[in-house]
Design a protein around this ligand. Structure first.
Ligand code: URA
Length: 239
C-alpha cells in the first residue's frame, strides 16, 4: 500500500518534470482487449488499411485521418525519421513539444539521450527507422488514453508491415505493452527478446526503458546499456 502510494507520488513528480499540466492516470491496456466496448468496435471499423501499399500512402492516410482528437490539438503529424530501408525499427510512445514543432520523432531532450545510447553501438538515423505509437502530441505531454492507442495501433501495425524490419526496439512502457499486447510493466518486459506477431509476420522485439525515464533515474542507465548490448549481439550475430 505504502509502496504503491510512493510510486504514485514518484510518477506525479516525473510527469511534472516532463512539463505535464494535467493529472494523468496510467490506463494502458485497460479495456484494450475488450471487443465488446462500443468505442473499440467503432475504432476497428474505421481502420481498414488493407488498400495501402506504400509508406507515402500510409503517411497521407494518417495525415488525413480526423477521428483522433489529438490531431486537433497538435501542430504536426509525426510520421517517422531515419531510413525506411533499415532493418531496425524503433517505436516510441508519442511526440513531445519539440517533436510537435519539428515534425520528427525523438528530437527533444530524451531523443538526444536516445541518440547517445544508440551511438554506442553505431546506430544512428541513417541506419535505423523511428516511429511512435501515437503520431500526434498529447496535450501537456500526458499519456495517451486507451482509446487513442487503439485508434493509432493499426497505423503502427501497417507501418511495420510495409517496412518489414528484422528487429523492433520498443522504447518505453506504452510502446512495449501495446506492441506485445501484454499488461506487464517495462521493468519486467525489458532485458530479453520477445516476438511481435501479426498476420504472417514474426519479428524479434526488444523492450527498453524510455530515455525520459533514464533522465529521471540515471542509475537505470546501466540496465539500458545491457539491453543495447543484447541488441548489438542480435544485429552482429543474429543471437
Ligand atoms: N518520446 C517518445 O516516445 N517519442 C518521441 O518522439 C519523443 C519523446
Amino acid at each position: 500500500m505504502i509502496k504503491s502510494f510512493e510510486k504514485n507520488i514518484d510518477d506525479l513528480k516525473f510527469q511534472i518534470e516532463l512539463g505535464v499540466t494535467e493529472t494523468i492516470k496510467s490506463n494502458i491496456n485497460e479495456n484494450l482487449n475488450n471487443p465488446d466496448l462500443e468505442e473499440n468496435i467503432f475504432i476497428n471499423d474505421q481502420n481498414d488499411l488493407s488498400e495501402i501499399k506504400n509508406l507515402e500512402d500510409l503517411k497521407s492516410y494518417i495525415e488525413n485521418y480526423d477521428k483522433c482528437e489529438l490531431k486537433n490539438t497538435s501542430r504536426s503529424t509525426v510520421f517517422c525519421d531515419g531510413n525506411s530501408k533499415s532493418k531496425i525499427m524503433l517505436i516510441g510512445e508519442a511526440p513531445g513539444n519539440q517533436e510537435d514543432i519539428e515534425g520528427k520523432p525523438f528530437v527533444g531532450k530524451s531523443g538526444k539521450l536516445l541518440d547517445k545510447i544508440l551511438e554506442f553501438i553505431n546506430i544512428n538515423r541513417k541506419n535505423c527507422y523511428i516511429i511512435n505509437i501515437i503520431p500526434w502530441r498529447p496535450p501537456g505531454n500526458r499519456n495517451p488514453t486507451t482509446k487513442e492507442i487503439r485508434q493509432c495501433l493499426p497505423f503502427v501495425k501497417k507501418h511495420i508491415e510495409l517496412v518489414k524490419p528484422d528487429i523492433l526496439v520498443l522504447v518505453g512502457s506504452i510502446s512495449a505493452k501495446s506492441i506485445l499486447d501484454k499488461d506487464i510493466g517495462i521493468t519486467k518486459l525489458r532485458g530479453e527478446w520477445h516476438i511481435y506477431k501479426d498476420k504472417k509476420l514474426e519479428i524479434p522485439a526488444l523492450p527498453i526503458f524510455h530515455p525520459a525515464y533514464l533522465l529521471r533515474r540515471p542509475t537505470s542507465k546501466s540496465l539500458v546499456m545491457k539491453d543495447i548490448l543484447l541488441l548489438n549481439r542480435k544485429i552482429q550475430y543474429k543471437e
